[in-house]
Design a protein. Sequence first.
Length: 296
Amino acid sequence: MTTNNTPLLSPAFLRQLDRLSLLTRRAMVGALQGERRSPRRGASVEFADFRPYTPGDDIRQIDWNLYARLERVFLKLFVAEEELSIHLLLDTSGSMEWGEPNKFHYAKQVAAAFGYIALANLDRVGVSSCISDGSAAQLTSVRGKRGAIPLFHFLQNMTARGSGDLAKICRRYSQTARTPGPLLLCSDLFDAGWREALTALASRNFEVTVMHILAPQERNPAIEGDFRLIDLEGGPSVEISADLDLLRRYAQTLATWQSEIERFCHGRGMSYIQVDTAMPIEEFVLGRMRSQNVLK
């Protein structure tokens, strides 16, 4: 059992995260100097291109070796290094507050690790959550390692309850986010509007990674006999008789559903990662997220 005073990530794990960085598939324009490649040209140690000198340019950037060969004046251009805006979007509907290990706690740990890595690389991080009435609780923006304290505090105090509206929050977020960038969505996707939600995020220039979080009891339920299933988000209860045939059909349906989501994501340029909360968070971040080219 965890409380608001229990650290999401251990100090030893944070020291390991200091050595990682986020992988992005394309350069994005940021606002302040950071450690990311930008489409803009600026001052760094990585050469990008030449361009002819024009009056008023900084003469310190003239390539005198090239002038000696061509007798023409060119400036050296370098890759600008700018911050990215990292977006953490967490599903806080009631179905997330379930499982052992708990899905919502695991989602907060994933978001904390992802956000901390971004902050350590001088990127800007914001968090948004979908709450029961479809509105959002937000941490608008933090930057640098000092931003880890408010980030962790915000995540620790988030709660999951009620019937969420993932499509509504994703539409609103895609409409209001000022600066697109890498976006991490942590959800069990137990929402009839998951297609609309992902479509809304795809409508902006986000680089989306979908963390599909399920508990081991959902992936491989070990039940037998008669049960009444209660909807944590207020829907009607369902009575079932669990036998081998039902569990086999459940496993097939789950696999088909996840394959459908994966195809949907890949067709829109999104990364899709299945998450089992039984995997220790350290193993998931340091192993799985790196193997999936989310981190390096």
